[in-house]
Every structure is written in C-alpha cells, then in structure tokens.
Design a protein. Sequence first.
Length: 359
Amino acid sequence: TMPNPMAHVDILPERDTRVSLRVEYDITGAIVAKRRGRAGRPLIEAERHHIAAKVLELGYEVRTQFYRVLAAEAKLKVGIRALDALLAGRDAALALYESGGMTALDMKMQLAAYERERVRVAELDLDLAHELEHLRRLLGASGEEAEFTLTGGLERAPEEPGLVEEIERRALEASLELEAMRERITGLARSAGVLRLEGAMPRVLADVHALIGDPRAPAGTDARDEVRVSGGFSLGIPIFDRNQGAVSAKLAELAATTERYYGLAIDLRSYARDTENTLRSTHRRALHYQEIVLPAEVAVREETLLHYNAMQVGIFNLIEAHRRELDAELQYLDTLAEYWSARARVDALLAGARITDGK
C-alpha cells in the first residue's frame, strides 16, 4: 500500500504570513511499498491453499461419516433380523415348554438370549442416531434440511483394493500443505529482501510549502493576499539503524520454515505409505469376511440348526451359532466402512489434503 501524504495547516503562524500550508510525502516509503506488496502476495496464496485444504478435509469428513451412517443402518438391520429370529425361537420355546417338549432351562436360555438381543438392537439404534446427528452437523443442516434419508447401502468390497501407482510422488505433487509452505518461504524471502532494502535506503521526505498573505502588510495591498510557494526535502542517513534486527529475525523464520518444509515432505511420504497400507489391509480383511468368514458362519449356524432339530445339540449351541454369525456380520460392516473410508482418504490425499485425525 502506498503511503498517504501528510498535510499541515497553521493559522496565524509565527512566520510573516496569515496561513501556512505544508504537504509532506514519504518518497522512500512509496518505493518500498510496491516491493512490500509483492512480498505479501505469496503469503496470501499460502492462506488460500490452507483454506482449500480445509475444504477438502471437510469433504473427507462428510464422506467418511456417510459411510459410517450406512454401516450403522446396515448393522441395525442385521440386529433386527437376528432379533426376529430369536423372537420366533422364543415363541417356539414357550410353546414347546408348555407342551412338555422342552426343559425349563432351555426355555429360559432362549428367553434370555432374546432379551439380550433386544438390548443390543437398542444400542445399535442409538449408534445410528448418533452417526446421523454427526452427519447433520458436518453438513450444517437444521430444521427441515436435517430431515433426510439415505438411499442405498455400503457397496461390497471389490476384488482389487484400488491402489495408486507412485502414490508418494503424486501425493507430494498434489499437496496443498507443501504448496502453501513453498509460498510462505517465497514470501519470507521477499520480506527479508524488502527489510534489507528499506534499511539500506536513505529516508527521503519531500514537502511543499504554501505561505498565504502577510498580516503586517497594509489592507488592500497585493502583499496582504500574496501566495508564496516553496519546497524541500529531508534525508535520513542509514548509519546506525539499518533494520539489522528485523532482517535477522525474518531470515531465522525463513530458515525454520524451510526446515519444516523438508520435514513435511518426509511426513507426507510416510503418510502416503501408511495410507496405502491401511487401504490394502482393510480391503483384505473386508474381502476375507465377505468371501470366507460370513459364508462359514452361515454354514455353521445352518448346520447347528439341523443338529438342534435332530436333538443332537442343545439350545445353547444354537444360540451361540446365531451370536457368532451376528458378530461376524457386524464386524464385517465395520471393516467395510473402514475400507471405503480408506479409499476416501486416498482420494483426499491425491486431491491435496492430508487427513491427520488428530495424529
């Protein structure tokens, strides 16, 4: 920003004049102002990159929360399905007990299993409510906007995890954090140069004087309203104060920021590898649940039911088989949500944002 001129007005000054006008302007400040503005532009760009990264982080949070809501909805449906099965088992157990075909112990175990499942379903319902409210807060929805329903559900894990080639290089190229820090380094270097220039330049102040009238002149004469104009300048010589302290402080900040820049690049490489490992691990676990664990638990439950109907195992074995299948389904849904969240994290990384989650 260019410096403003300073105006001085004296009424009946000590000089032989009625009015004295003086305008003063900082020539050195005007020269330095353009350089100072040029030095500040990279800092503005750095803030823009920082804000863009925050927007991407918010998008990631909304996306992962969407997956959590879908997982919570699916878990509640699984719980309700298991509860319905236990309800049918409870009714059958009561009927068998009344007819004498079941012992009191087996009947009470069936009732207890049903009641425990009711508690679990209530917890799953509360979890869904919590996840929905969190999503509403992230979206900034309130009133009628907060009343929405989600369609669809969590997609099954694909055959391939969706790994990215040269993820470290691409993460470094896309990083908004690195770009913001590069802009900041540029701005600090320019600011140090401006301070050094400002300290080395003489301080030049130009001024213009206008003296109007002579109060001692007789009335009606030209001297009474005569206007005299003159100019001058003042010069400050940079002998002692050459901004040495400010320049040293700015250079120290520049050096520290440069070191942080290199440290951030190392962190980003490590973060990219960690993100890729998370994606690979969650995909393997989700696929393992999907293709091996869940079919195995379903087969165990169905086989246990056949043995139970043949009176070869007790009700406890059947309840345990149901519980194991339910636990496997819930764990699968959690793992599936983790996988899609890991995919979202990779997408955010390649878009330029590093999701730290407080780490």
